[in-house]
Design a protein around this ligand. Structure first.
Ligand code: ZN
Length: 351
């Protein structure tokens, strides 16, 4: 796949180059930016991606700034380092994702598998997922990295690093004059996924992501250069669109939850560790049959007692419908309920 190279002019002194680097992923090309001696992101470690990177004079690169620890953005960092001996920088929250790429992928995979098992997902799907996820190993290589400073000097100007956690815990935007390089934090057409790692990492997730977007709103931005897709001309408008999308989805989820609630399924707590609680809501439907059965059983027992004591069983003297109890069949099957009724029935006996 051919990389498309074009020049992006900002209003200030900076002129950056956008390189469209192919990826084997569904998202398509990743944007790599060249600001003089500094690269923003590298693309993945694939033959196609490296062929496109080679079209630039990679030997003169001094620095690579990684927007976040996803392999489509940093996979070729070691390749760049080997050619140019450049320094590679990433936020501390994504440090291991880049420096210890393969082991970190294994660790995350285990966490996901545990989460999927706990969520009751079928075994077949889980092993398919595990295979797919650990398959990402081939697209990157662990690389020696340094922590991103707050500001960074390049040949073309000073970059201000803005930490924008959400998509990953270490996602960053790079601000130069009135240009914002947004990585995956702000994309023109795709809605950024802020939830994958949130399962076990509270430095990312929707809440952090929304806070990060809010922090970008007041910035004076002429253009945003994202990690995928084309230039964003109005960052405020795009952020508002994203918030609108979140609100619409929240409504759909809340409505679905209330539908489930009506069926007697109640969701507890706000953490991913919370167990779903299942309540049985059809007691009134089963009550008459259970009472009838309990009365019948009581009569049989009383009859036996009467026979044994050579008496004859009379009418019912007193009857208490009794107490109903509902409990889970066992701790692994909270959705299967055991319902019991204890009735007390007194009979007259005559000799
Ligand atoms: Zn990403």
């Amino acid at each position: 796949m051919e990389g498309v190279i074009g020049t992006l002019k900002s209003t200030g002194v900076n002129a950056a180059l956008m390189i469209k680097v192919p990826t084997p992923f569904h998202v398509g090309d990743v944007n790599v930016y060249v600001l003089g001696d500094t690269f923003i992101d590298t693309g993945p470690k694939t033959v196609d991606a490296m062929a496109v990177l080679k079209t630039r004079d990679v030997t003169s690169i001094k620095n690579v700034l990684i927007t976040h620890g996803h392999v489509d953005h940093h996979g070729a960092a070691l390749y760049m380092k080997k050619i140019s001996n450049c320094r590679v920088f990433v936020h501390k929250n994504d440090f291991l994702a880049v420096s210890d790429y393969k082991n970190e992928l294994e660790r995350k995979s285990k966490d996901y598998v545990q989460f999927l098992e706990k969520s009751g997902i079928q075994k077949g799907f889980i092993s398919m997922f595990e295979q797919y996820y650990t398959g990402f190993k081939e697209y990157g290589e662990g690389c020696e990295v340094e922590l991103l400073p707050d500001t960074f000097e390049t040949e073309t100007g000073v970059i201000t690093v803005i930490h924008t956690p959400g998509h990953t815990g270490g996602s960053c935007c790079f601000y130069v004059d009135d240009i914002l390089y947004t990585g995956d934090t702000l994309l023109p057409t795709i809605s950024t996924n802020p939830s994958i790692h949130a399962v076990f990492d509270d430095t990312c997730g929707l809440k952090n992501y929304q806070q990060s977007l809010k922090a970008l709103l007041p910035l004076k931005v002429n253009k945003c250069f994202p990690g995928h897709g084309g230039v964003i001309n109005d960052h405020k408008k795009r952020i508002q669109q994203i918030f609108k999308g979140h609100n619409q989805r929240r409504e759909v989820v809340m409505n679905s939850l209330s539908e489930l609630g009506k069926k007697g399924i109640v969701f507890m707590g706000g953490s991913y560790d919370s167990q779903t609680e299942y309540l049985f809501s059809r007691l009134n439907e089963v009550k008459p049959a259970m009472v009838e059965e309990a009365t019948q059983n009581a009569r049989e027992v009383a009859q036996k007692f009467a026979t044994d004591s050579k008496s004859s069983l009379g009418k019912i003297k007193k009857a208490y419908q009794g107490q109903f109890s509902i409990e889970s069949r066992d701790k692994n099957n909270p959705h299967i309920k055991k319902i019991r009724v204890v009735s007390t029935i007194e009979y007259y006996l005559s000799d």
